[in-house]
Design a protein around this ligand. Structure first.
Ligand SMILES: C[S@@+](CC[C@H](N)C(=O)[O-])C[C@H]1O[C@@H](n2cnc3c(N)ncnc32)[C@H](O)[C@@H]1O
Length: 164
């Protein structure tokens, strides 16, 4: 990956601009996005899960990597954030679910996933084992924000250490 010339996916700039208007401040960085696009492309006809849609920025990368017959479910409990993603992603193979992700994970009975991008508290710091159980053999579990960040709440480093 060349950090100096990362080609942005379709709708990235539009969603970024909409996100700035509502002061959404939690997007994954471009390197994570680019990596997600590549990983998504490795799972032909894959079944993908994203925990924490946000406004859909990480979704732009995953969507661009996905093959035509792949599908993706993305969960967020904020309709304000997720409605921005909904504006750009109205595709039959992308389902945007507005629900508490912990409840969703515990109730999910469908087929297992080839890649899970866990970008919310549930699936990372809560119901981790249950989330990992949703992966197919050889499936990929991806998380980011594991290095100290300015916006971490007090003592969050202990959560991170335990998770790692
Ligand atoms: C780091 S942001 C996601 C960013 C997005 N993946 C991206 O890279 O642009 C985390 C998201 O998790 C959502 N969230 C927090 N707690 C949640 C919960 N219990 N269930 C579902 N979503 C949750 C927040 O609303 C927020 O949009």
């Amino acid at each position: 990956m060349n950090d100096n010339s990362i080609v942005l996916p379709k709708f990235y700039s539009e969603i970024k601009s909409d996100s700035e208007k509502i002061a959404f401040s939690m997007p994954s960085d471009l390197q994570t996005g680019s990596f997600l696009r590549t990983l998504s492309a490795t799972k032909k006809d894959g079944h993908f899960l994203e925990l924490g849609t946000g406004t859909g920025l990480s979704l732009t990368w995953m969507s661009e990597g996905m093959s035509e017959n792949s599908n993706l479910i993305s969960i967020d409990n904020s309709s304000e954030y997720q409605n921005i993603a909904k504006k750009y992603f109205q595709k039959p193979n992308i389902s945007l679910v507005c629900e508490d992700a912990e409840k969703w994970i515990l109730n999910y009975k469908g087929k297992k996933f080839d890649l899970i991008f866990a970008d919310a508290w549930p699936g990372k710091y809560a119901v981790l084992e249950e989330t990992l159980q949703l992966l197919n053999p050889g499936g990929i579990y991806l998380i980011d924000d594991m290095l100290p960040q300015k916006n971490w709440p007090a003592n969050h480093d202990k959560n991170v250490e335990k998770l790692v």
